[in-house]
Design a protein around this ligand. Structure first.
Ligand SMILES: [Zn+2]
Ligand SMILES: [Zn+2]
Length: 373
């Protein structure tokens, strides 16, 4: 095989828009799954290529991170190839029999396959050598979670970022106002000072963030740390399967094209422009902005899908003019300012403010906050 052929097999060289269209029109029935595993991977680059070639053949789409410390995958698998996919996983020693988090609200989640080598599978900012990462908190299933969080003295903490908990969270949970997981860990550690003897329960989207965070807290002198196994995704599956009381309100934010899975009918967020109840995230249609924010249908209409008057003006310019404006502008993906969000009191408009300062920006290269789940 020539080097070029090889490269073509290992990369997606098709335009994003073409891929998106292909995904939306795709008739194939798919299952959206996520999984992670901490394991020692001696050669992540080699493993990455190995996964890409096999999964590409099976028609798998989605985003996967591989590191020396393990694998973190959020993907969709054609139903017809699901068994073959599972067999492939089982052929890999540290993934044999792994529990897959299956999305409740299925549909078109990813439009291309991306497998990347990273330093870590979750950007946690922790020095792993300084504590025992295997000494995690007690894992809780949905039933045990409901029971323990029902106790008066239990402290329940949402380990996700503010834009995730904004549209949905567990009743009674503390939802720290943070932009990154790194910040979250620091803040939670501070917040819990003096509460060493309390039962602490933490949760995230699919469970991976709590694996390290719980071990870190134990290391820091909190013995009674618990974590929701499989996160909100697995909790929801169990609640529906067993008919348990659902304590999660709103939507579960997910890092794919679906943006979120609706878990309960409650709408707990507000449109960032007019303040009316709304929990639909969208990306600003000004390509140079691409801000991820919450926008109601009326505002989407009024601002033609843009986040501000500034961006609204931009999209009305001819494409050539827009291109000129984009030139020289640094890619500011993932940048947002929570302070601005806090200052923007509900009901206030964010019109006219710099689009760089509100909400979350997600570039096509990556979802906000990833690699996390
Ligand atoms: Zn609105
Ligand atoms: Zn914008």
């Amino acid at each position: 095989m020539t080097c070029n052929r090889m490269n073509q097999q290992l990369r997606n060289l098709v335009d994003r828009r073409v891929l998106l269209e292909r995904m939306r029109q795709g008739e194939d029935d798919r299952t959206t799954v996520s999984f992670y595993q901490y394991a020692r991977i001696p050669n992540p680059a080699f493993f990455r290529d190995y996964l890409f070639i096999h999964w590409n053949e099976l028609g798998v789409l989605g985003r996967t991170y591989v590191a020396h410390e393990g694998i973190n995958a959020q993907i969709s698998v054609p139903s017809i190839a699901f068994q073959a996919f599972q067999e492939h996983l089982n052929s890999i020693s540290f993934l044999n029999g792994i529990r897959l988090n299956v999305a409740v609200d299925d549909g078109k989640s990813f439009f291309k396959l991306m497998v990347k080598v990273r330093a870590k599978i979750v950007a946690d900012g922790l020095n792993d050598a300084s504590f025992d990462v295997r000494d995690t908190g007690v894992h809780l299933d949905a039933e045990a979670f409901n029971s323990l969080t029902g106790n008066e003295g239990t402290i329940l903490i949402d380990m996700r970022n503010h834009y995730e908990s904004e549209v949905g969270h567990f009743k009674g949970a503390i939802t720290p106002d943070v932009d990154t997981f790194r910040e979250e860990i620091e803040l939670v550690e501070d917040m819990l000072q003096g509460k060493e003897e309390k039962d602490i329960v933490m949760y995230c989207t699919g469970g991976i963030r709590c694996e390290k965070a719980s071990a870190w807290l134990k290391h820091k002198g909190f013995p009674n740390v618990h974590q929701l196994e499989g996160g909100i995704i697995e909790y929801t599956r169990q609640v529906r399967e067993k008919g348990l009381d659902n304590r999660f309100i709103g939507k579960n934010f997910v890092f794919d094209e679906r943006r979120a899975e609706r878990i309960s009918e409650d709408v707990i967020a507000n449109c960032h422009q007019c303040g009316s109840p709304c929990d639909d995230h969208t990306n600003c249609l000004n390509v140079a902005c691409n801000l991820l924010f919450i926008q109601c249908a009326r505002c989407a209409d009024e601002y033609e899908g843009t986040c501000s008057s500034t961006c609204h003006n931009v999209v009305q310019l001819p494409e050539e003019e827009q291109k000129k404006l984009r030139r020289g502008v640094k890619d500011s993906s993932k940048i947002f300012n929570k302070a601005r969000l806090r200052d923007t009191s509900r009901g206030d408009s964010v019109n006219g403010e710099s689009p760089n300062e509100t909400g979350v920006r997600s570039s096509e290269k990556e979802s906000p906050g990833s690699p996390e789940a």
